[in-house]
Design a protein. Structure first.
Length: 366
């Protein structure tokens, strides 16, 4: 399974690069002018999971390995990006390669930080971005319709007719500013849509970049962003990119103290990473032992052999059984031995659908 990827998008100068630096502990340019980012910056992010700390204490392994996914900082999009403005076509092509979109929105006024439109207006900024994504998708859909329309009419080919019908539905929706992610399709129709890698079909989270003084309370901007996000059934994460950048430089104990002083339970970054993980339908299983305790990412609904294959293709090819216990049972009983004694260790076969928090040992033979 490839590492899941998330794109940070937004207008120039909304705090994307500052946020990217905080998320990934990178040091890319975060300048006070538009288009500081030209090529996308890519960073690997570990998924915070308190269960790993507990497993580490129980097994005291030589190695502790967290699960990860990838964040990509895309250059600021401007009005006309779908027509090539501000290197728009290049930037939009970068977004097509990711699994989800994190749209960063500036939710504060500060005369010292340049805004390309002159002032903060989060809904205007969101709609400029979303319209450009819609126009880019319309271009792809309409080009495809013009290519297959004649063939569908003359040959009456079943597959072509079905594809045309789906594209016409999408075309009508996009023309009315309805993103593809809001439409309902059958599994067969979803396979057709997947091949086009449409931008408005990608799941989305809105990230409201706020001032330090607004941490822990709702300001006028974040309120309207939340109302807007309801249409997409999307999460809104509130975060001060500047503060998160400072937190990311701290050691764990210093970080906890700093968060307590701010009156918040977890950093915005931890909340963001968890929300993104959930948005992509991702879950975690563990392998444990004295050599290594490791977290592995899988898609909800995957069966045991496919999850075994994430570790090594031989595990899937020669899969026999999965020896499974839940994290909760292990913690509750205190050891693997006690889990077995209480009948909570299970042998699962090829049809077993893995669950978040499963601790597995895969039996295989090749």
């Amino acid at each position: 399974m490839k590492i899941p990827t998330v794109a940070l998008v937004g207008k120039p100068n909304v705090g994307k690069s500052t946020l990217f630096n905080a998320i990934t502990n990178s040091h890319v340019e975060a300048a006070n002018y538009p288009f500081a980012t030209i090529e996308p910056n890519v960073g690997i992010v570990t998924v915070p999971d308190k269960r790993l700390k507990v497993l580490n204490e129980m097994y005291n392994p030589k190695r502790l390995i967290e699960t990860t996914f990838e964040f990509t900082d895309i250059a600021g999009l401007v009005q006309g990006a779908s027509k090539g403005e501000g290197l728009g076509n290049k930037f939009l092509s970068h977004i097509r390669e990711v699994d989800a979109i994190l749209e960063v929105v500036r939710c504060f006024n500060d005369s010292n930080i340049v805004h390309v439109c002159g002032n903060a207006d989060p809904i205007r900024d969101i709609e400029i971005i979303n319209i450009e994504l819609t126009l880019a998708d319309l271009d792809i859909v309409q080009n495809r319709i013009s290519k297959i329309e004649k063939k569908a009419q003359t040959t009456k080919d079943k597959d072509t007719l079905q594809e045309l019908a789906v594209l016409n539905v999408i075309n009508d929706a996009l023309t009315n500013d309805i993103p593809v992610r809001r439409l309902k399709f059958t599994k067969e129709e979803e396979k057709i849509i997947k091949s086009f890698n449409l931008l408005t079909n990608k799941p989305i989270i809105y990230l409201a970049n706020i001032e330090e003084d607004d941490i822990g309370k709702e300001n006028e901007y974040t309120k309207i962003v939340k109302e807007y996000a309801l249409k997409d059934n999307a999460d809104v994460i509130e975060m001060c990119a500047k503060i998160e950048s400072e937190i990311s430089e701290l050691e764990d104990d210093e970080k906890e103290l700093f968060l307590q002083e701010l009156g918040i339970k977890e950093s915005g970054l931890d909340s963001l990473v968890k929300s993104t993980y959930h948005l992509l339908g991702l879950q975690t299983f563990f392998t444990v032992g004295s050599d290594e305790v490791r977290a592995w990412t899988f898609k909800k609904g995957m069966k045991a052999p496919a999850c075994a294959g994430i570790i090594h293709s031989d595990f899937e090819r020669g899969f026999i059984k999965a020896e499974v216990m839940s994290y909760d049972d292990l913690v509750s009983y205190g050891s693997e031995t006690k889990v077995k004694e209480n009948g909570k260790m299970r042998l699962e076969g090829k049809e077993y659908e893995m669950e978040d928090g499963d601790i597995c040992h895969f039996r295989f033979n090749v």
